[in-house]
Ligand binder design. Structure first.
Ligand SMILES: Cc1ncc(C[n+]2csc(CCOP(=O)(O)OP(=O)(O)O)c2C)c(N)n1
Length: 153
């Protein structure tokens, strides 16, 4: 969709906002191919390590040992494999020109995320190619934890 929008409207600033279930699993091939082609749009990859909207199933980025509705005993590398590192994976392709992973745990991290988003959008506006910011974020309801605590496992 983003590829078509950008190609049909080359002067528009096109952004896709994707979760980890979407980007790393359901739309995994699409993001890989779009990044490899160096499509001129920007991805905000909001990685909360879980399928939030559909009730907390395991995502490719769920942490080792993390309890989800589909891994009630925790993610086991022997069953589910290790978490997928999407930023590293896409950064290995030739198409992308800007890929950064950021977090939101304090004001400094939030400022860093803001800077990364500006850099990624600038990359697109200057026509330099595919850009993505992976933003590590929380999902206390899906993780079944209070906001100050860590995910189970
Ligand atoms: C092609 C497709 N398959 C399945 C769904 C159903 N679905 C909607 S949201 C969702 C979970 C998405 O999880 P994630 O991308 O991690 O986003 P979050 O809800 O955690 O922000 C799924 C499976 C869908 N919308 N489209």
């Amino acid at each position: 969709m983003a590829t078509a929008l950008k190609r049909a409207n080359p002067h528009a600033v096109v952004v896709s906002y994707q979760g980890d279930g979407d980007l790393a699993a359901i739309g995994g091939n699409e993001i890989l191919q779009a990044a490899n082609r160096g499509e001129h749009f920007t991805v905000f990859f909001v990685n909360n390590a879980i399928y939030g909207m559909t009730g907390g199933q395991l995502a490719p980025t769920s942490l080792i040992g993390m309890k989800t509705t589909t891994t009630p005993y925790g993610r086991d590398v022997r069953n589910e494999g290790p978490p997928m590192k999407m930023a590293e994976l896409l950064a290995n392709l030739d198409g992308p020109t800007y890929i950064e992973r950021t977090a939101l745990w304090d004001n400094k991290a939030i400022s860093g995320t803001r800077r990364a988003i500006r850099n990624a959008l600038r990359c697109q506006i200057e026509g330099r190619g595919f850009s993505m910011v992976e933003i590590l974020s929380a999902c206390p309801s899906g993780w079944k934890v209070d906001p100050p605590t860590r995910p189970s496992g």
